[in-house]
Design a protein around this ligand. Sequence first.
Ligand SMILES: C[S@@+](CC[C@H](N)C(=O)[O-])C[C@H]1O[C@@H](n2cnc3c(N)ncnc32)[C@H](O)[C@@H]1O
Length: 375
Amino acid sequence: MEDPSEQAAIAATPVENEVVMRGNGSYNKNSAIQHIAVMPALEFIPNLSNRKELTLVDYGCSQGANSIIPIKHLLSPLPTHSTIHLIFNDRPLNDFSTLSKTIKRNEATLSRNGELQIYPSIVPVSFFHQIAPDNSIDIGFAWSCLNYLEFLLPPLPSTDLQELVKQRAVRSAKAAHVDLVKLLRLRAREIKSGGVFMSAIPARSSSGVPNVAPAAAALMAATLEMVHAGRISQAQVMGLDMPVHERSMEEMERVFAEVEEVWGKEVCFEKMIQHPAVAELEVKKKAEGVDLEELSKEYASTVVDWAMSPLTWFFVKTLRAGDGEMDEEEMFAPMTAEEEGLVDELAERAKRAFVRDQKDGIVEQCYIYFKLVRK
Ligand SMILES: C[S@@+](CC[C@H](N)C(=O)[O-])C[C@H]1O[C@@H](n2cnc3c(N)ncnc32)[C@H](O)[C@@H]1O
């Protein structure tokens, strides 16, 4: 490309955050916290016992495992023979094949054994665009997904990892504010007056307790081991910049204030959600004659596999970007056997580091829950 102004325009064009969870059904098997995280929201799901027709969107539904319970809850009081349009949304590169199988497998649950007319559809469009016509949606759910930013953020110049982490947090907070205001304005177009938008969003605890600290520390230790072993480069580690932001309650309140002409806030609170493996470990430890070492390894394996599911794609993308300029096709090509090997090595090392340095450490994540009503 010869024309410098064309080059500058391309450099300034933001790149979409094409995050996807690990495919082949892996997310469905490794989304235990996300499953528990939906539960506190159930009691705020509106009771629509007089509705004969309803349209719901599950934004950022991934492979669908955690969509079923809240939808079932919403549909349980509806009159027999009601007509329900269920729209499952995620980014275009999502594992929609597993999602289809999840919907099919739960057909009887969703339709209450045929009592309801269910019309599922899949919309592979970023939720930072309008995904349905104006005033067409009654209820929107968004579980464990509004922490993902719309765009990859421009690299920062610092060469010190600690400093870089701080600078990235400030930069991501600004982007996260713009993103959530935009997203709520888009939902305000789609969702009818009186309709509801509900979310459980991974967030920053006001108590100061860091999220998933032992798993994050084990992954960091494993990453550094891989650098020392020459398996990945220091530059690749510095490039690992996940376009996600966990907002504080104050940040959420600033967003709500900016969209108050279209959304009324009915519910908003924060809650710490423990990985269910924590409680399982405690129960198993009490059984007689158990091998405690084995239990610790099993626990480490569960929580590291869980942490790896959203991380895998960023890790692979960072490895690829380290090899120089890439076009979109290269960026989104399926993982090679070598990349699969590095991902598995990272996970194995992280599991060992967890047992060694963080043994049985409690993995928990703060969530902010909100329910907004369209004015
Ligand atoms: C951690 S998963 C949560 C999935 C599911 N809602 C649950 O509770 O288990 C986050 C999901 O958000 C999706 N996501 C992230 N950004 C998105 C966007 N801009 N548009 C649609 N989906 C998005 C990801 O692809 C991923 O499937």
